[in-house]
Design a protein around this ligand. Structure first.
Ligand code: SF4
Length: 343
């Protein structure tokens, strides 16, 4: 009953999105990885551009990681791009370029969790796997009147079982996408548009009048605020950059960063350990970047190096800098760097 109503609604009102209407697991997988932590409206342009550069799993598997990161630039959460690349290599080598039509095998690919495996399995292969994202959780907790913290493992399991029992025998991918669309356009967070909802007569929260209060979620921990000193070290027409080794923003190119400091002596130490002799010129302003679990409150500084010698990283020209993959967190610093090098 629920699936019949839902699919009829989907056929009439489902969203038209650039990555819909395909059964190609490569394209579905790519779009689902991009959609993790990124808004649907943002993904469209990146998806099209990425496919032009890497039209199939073999072209992605054969590319250097730096090219993949460059193509991902601006989307953030770069571990997704690194895992995408590793997974493409596995599919090319282990499965000869054919994605496995198996939930466990999909889940074993790097960067593919329960949600993504279920989305690919259901949309590409019509397997009955509920893709439990925020939308499905919200709609199903309202329809079935689940009034417990949806972050609890036992409640998650219950919602998954409810989704499985609601799932039709065919059109499993459409069922998932219909719930996602209903959650994104009708059964939205806060106050849903119940008057426009085709599931109204089945919906427990609608009958109880408490849809606004569902789903129940324990308050999330606020992200950690950190102060970060960013030094733009120039030497004539070049600027010093380094490839990150840390897990956060790994393999992307950044300027000299010193985390969690307001002390200029820490910057001097960092310069010294990179083998750079440079003189402080002044402050270039501030910038803020919010990650999932931390916030960087950045102060930007300008240094001029005596010569382009360094033990770590390298001095690059403006055009070389533009060719490197830089994270969005460096956007403000990059703008200042472009000004400094352009002057
Ligand atoms: S009736 Fe309202 S609360 Fe229930 S599924 Fe529809 S929009 Fe959501």
């Amino acid at each position: 009953m629920l699936s019949t109503l839902l699919l009829a609604w989907y056929d009439a009102h489902g969203r038209v999105l650039p990555f819909r209407g395909t059964k190609d697991p490569y394209r579905i997988w790519l779009s689902e990885i991009m959609l993790q932590q990124t808004r649907t409206e943002t993904v469209g342009a990146y998806y099209t551009r990425f496919l032009e550069r890497f039209p199939d799993v073999f072209s992605l598997a054969a590319a250097p990681e730096q090219d993949v990161l460059k193509c991902w630039e601006g989307l953030g959460y770069y571990s997704r791009a690194r895992n995408l690349h590793r997974a493409a290599k596995q599919v090319a080598e282990k499965y000869h370029g054919t994605f496995p039509a198996d939930l466990d095998a999909l889940r074993a690919l790097p960067g593919v969790g329960d949600y993504t495996a279920a989305a690919v399995a259901s949309i590409a292969f019509d397997l009955p796997a509920p893709a439990m994202d925020g939308n499905l959780t919200r709609v199903l907790s309202r329809v079935h009147g689940v009034r417990e913290d949806v972050g609890m493992p036992s409640v998650k399991r219950r919602l998954l079982e409810l989704a499985q029992s609601d799932m039709p025998e065919t059109r499993c991918g459409d069922f998932n996408q219909a719930l996602m669309d209903l959650g994104a356009t009708v059964c939205t967070p806060g106050t849903p548009d119940c008057a426009a909802c085709s599931l109204r007569l089945l919906c427990d929260a609608y009958k109880a009048g408490d849809a606004d209060d569902l789903p129940i979620k324990a308050a999330a921990k606020p992200p950690l605020e950190l102060s970060v000193a960013v030094a733009l070290v120039t030497c004539r027409d070049k600027i010093w950059m380094i490839q990150r080794k840390e897990t956060l923003l790994k393999n992307l190119w950044v300027y000299l960063l010193v985390e969690n400091t307001g002390n200029p002596a820490d910057m001097e130490k960092a310069l010294k350990s990179a083998g750079i002799r440079a003189a402080f010129q002044g402050t270039l302003g501030t910038a803020r970047h919010v990650f999932t679990h931390r916030v960087w409150n950045m102060t930007l500084y300008h240094y001029i190096a005596e010569n382009p010698a360094c033990r770590e990283g390298r001095f690059v020209t403006l055009s070389e800098m533009r060719a490197l993959p830089l994270p969005t967190a460096m956007r403000a610093a990059r703008e200042r760097a472009e000004k400094l090098l352009g002057e």
